[in-house]
Design a protein around this ligand. Structure first.
Ligand code: AMP
Length: 429
């Protein structure tokens, strides 16, 4: 058997992980400006949570979940974050503690989809959920927050797509309208969509199959059948977006793949990136019935999730390289022990330190120190050690000095506190 990672699941190794850290912390600090605080929920939830909230006839629940039974519990590795956070919101009675709650998260999600560029079986999402405010201002604020975030991480060329699914009976009325529209042209639809017609006709609008796209082009718009209060919400969203200076496209075919949405739906797509068909950077919407559906009070909510891999493909954001500031190079018999003690003391003083105790040559160790980007290299040589000194090289200033072993940490600290290269006039009498 060839030993390989599971298909659609990727390793993220040093060299690459730095960009992940940079993106995740840019995300967390951006959403903190809007009051979001991190919540971490388990990777596993009861399968029924996802089945009920995401919808039994969605692709995710029908064929993509990683589910298993253990200790008598039917469990699923989370395919998305919203349901788990909503479960936690209800379980911990958060609504009784504060009127409005803003939570954010970053973490891996699992869906057995067909892998492609920007589509994986383990992927990472960063998302936010806002509970307790039904006003369209929240929807607009969330979209503005995301447009601003993408700009901040250098993703330009983004289009904002919005739609409304209405609430109450709108979805059912729209469903009937779609069945009425698609039934006479049923034979022109893909096999999947013919099946969807009976079960979940809204999903036909979401299909990427060219046959379905063509058939859907003339479908009635849900926006035409919104009830008065849904229309007021929709108009409010647009007014607020205009006031916040966020351009958007009204896209009546936007339905998204999860059943829990009510009223506002939105997607931000990359218009100029290498993502190809997988160009939806993030998507979200309102889910005003979920909290109540989970046995909680009637608390409206809105949220979104962004695909971290897709953001990383689209942004030039660089990661901070890990560079030890000091490299300890033991050279000769009996030097590894004292060198290891010195390395420990440097680290205790807060100086990132690497050491090579394999007994390689000085040249190889200096090259390694240089490649790692270390500022200082401390050579712990056999003869120097017998005199109680070590040789301290400042690799950026290209200077070196012998220093007493017991003063090495202090001298290293002073050198690192000074500027890496001599400034003009330094060293002048
Ligand atoms: P969803 O949870 O389906 O609303 O998706 C929200 C965002 O998560 C999408 O816009 C993508 O950026 C990302 N996403 C969803 N599914 C995948 C996947 N299989 N692989 C990579 N990213 C994904």
């Amino acid at each position: 058997m060839e030993l390989r990672a599971v298909k659609g699941m990727n390793d993220i190794l040093p060299g690459e992980i730095e960009r992940w850290h940079a993106l995740e912390s840019a995300f967390m600090s951006h959403v903190a400006l809007y009051g979001y605080q991190e919540a971490r929920t388990p990777m596993l939830e009861h399968t029924s949570l996802f089945a009920r909230q995401i919808g039994e006839t969605t692709d995710v629940v029908e064929k993509e979940m990683y589910s298993f039974t253990r200790h008598g519990d039917d469990l699923t590795v989370r395919p998305e974050g919203t349901a788990g956070l909503a479960r936690a919101y209800v379980e911990h009675n958060i609504h009784a503690k504060e009127p409005i709650t803003r939570w954010c998260y970053v973490g891996p999600m699992f869906r057995g989809e067909r892998p492609a560029k920007g589509r994986y079986r383990q992927f990472y999402q960063a998302g936010c959920e806002l509970y307790g405010d039904a006003g369209p201002f929240c929807d607009a604020e969330m979209i503005e927050m995301l447009v601003t975030f993408l700009k901040r991480i250098g993703i330009t060329g983004v289009s904002v797509h919005i739609n409304s699914l209405g609430s109450g009976g709108t979805r059912e009325r729209y469903r009937d309208a779609l069945v009425g529209y698609f039934t006479p042209i049923q034979s022109t639809l893909s096999e999947d969509s013919q099946r969807r017609l009976a079960k979940n006709p809204l999903r036909i609008l979401d299909s990427k199959d060219p046959r379905d796209k063509e058939a859907a082009a003339g479908a009635p718009s849900i926006l035409g059948i919104l009830a008065d209060d849904d229309r007021a919400h929709w108009d409010g969203l647009r007014t607020h977006l205009d006031a916040l200076g966020v351009p958007y496209v009204v896209d009546a075919t936007l339905v998204r793949g999860l059943d829990y949405y009510t009223r506002t739906l939105f997607e931000l797509r990359a218009t100029d990136s290498d993502l190809g068909a997988q160009n939806t950077l993030l998507g979200g919407g309102r889910y005003d019935n979920m909290i109540e559906g989970l046995g909680g009070p009637k608390v409206p909510a809105i949220g979104f999730a962004a695909g971290i891999e897709r953001l990383l493909i689209s942004t030039q954001l660089a990661g901070a390289a890990r560079a030890p500031r000091c490299f300890v190079a033991p050279l000769g018999n009996g030097t590894v022990g004292p060198a290891a003690v010195l390395a420990r003391d440097l680290r205790a003083a807060g100086i990132g330190t690497d050491m090579d105790g394999r007994g390689t040559s000085m040249r190889a160790m200096l090259r390694r120190a240089d490649n790692l980007g270390a500022r200082l290299c401390i050579i712990v040589g056999e003869t120097e050690l017998s005199r109680g000194v070590v040789q301290l090289k400042d690799l950026s200033r290209r200077t070196q000095q012998d220093v007493p072993l017991d003063a090495a940490v202090r001298v290293a600290t002073d050198l690192l506190a000074a500027s890496p290269t001599p400034s003009a006039g330094e060293g002048a009498p």
